[in-house]
Design a protein around this ligand. Structure first.
Ligand code: SF4
Length: 228
């Protein structure tokens, strides 16, 4: 179903209003931003999870325990990531929606990663967002050079409202929250995988390196297209 705020009976925001909100949200804690998103858009709201850690999930379920959490199972994930999905689902009793992909040619990621990401990841996200008015992700500005000006709230290419409640968080903020709240984390992080995607396209990084430099390492690619 295409996004229609009138049919969904949710508030509408012009681009200027979203820009004003974005400025306001710069000074607010993530939980307040999540509360705004839930108040405006639930139940036509979901959040995506990469399962590097469960920080955004921990924050979100404290605001709305029923929030829909979307995980895109590309068929190429590390076993540790799939175990983290199960651990997190059990820990929080999540309303989880796992988007699975029909069997695809194994070599697609190797010969044509753009189309692989597009077909496997972006296509599944499009499916997950059908009928939604807004979505949230754990995207942060310090994760990569191309993310340094990521907004906290913005309109995405589908016309949906995209919310990044922890966009301003540093790595220390994340580590501190994980320690303070005993938040589950993918065990691969301790092995140097600071940004975790599909196994064939993710490598560990050295201390101090761009966390996302291990994604599609050696290829002319830094994003899968989910956050365009
Ligand atoms: S990250 Fe690699 S395996 Fe995963 S969808 Fe993209 S190209 Fe395919």
């Amino acid at each position: 179903m295409a996004f229609d705020p009138v049919a969904l009976d949710v508030p509408t925001f012009s681009d200027d209003e979203l820009a004003d909100l974005n400025r306001e949200f710069e000074g607010l804690p993530a939980s307040k931003v999540i509360q705004w998103a839930v108040d405006c858009f639930a139940p036509y709201l979901c959040m995506t999870a990469s399962m590097t850690d469960a920080v955004l999930i921990d924050l979100a379920v404290k605001v709305d325990p029923a929030i829909e959490v979307v995980f895109i199972d590309t068929g190429y994930h590390f076993p540790e990531t799939l175990q983290t999905v199960e651990d997190v689902r059990r820990r929080y009793g999540l309303n989880m929606r796992i988007m699975t992909v029909a069997h695809h040619a194994e070599e697609l990621w190797e010969v044509d990663p753009e189309n692989c990401c597009s077909a496997v990841k972006v296509g599944q996200l499009d499916r997950a967002l059908a009928g939604k008015a807004a979505w949230m992700s754990g995207l942060r500005r310090v994760e990569a050079a191309g993310r340094e000006s990521a907004p906290i709230v913005v309109r995405d290419l589908r016309g949906l409202v995209k919310v990044n409640p922890i966009a301003t968080w540093t790595d220390d903020d994340v580590a501190g929250y994980i320690a303070d709240h005993d938040v589950p984390q993918n065990p691969l992080v301790q092995q140097g995988y600071l940004s975790i995607g599909c196994e064939p396209c993710t490598k560990p990084v050295k201390p101090g390196d761009d966390p996302r430099s291990g994604r599609w390492a050696g290829r002319d690619r830094t994003e899968c297209g989910l956050h365009v």
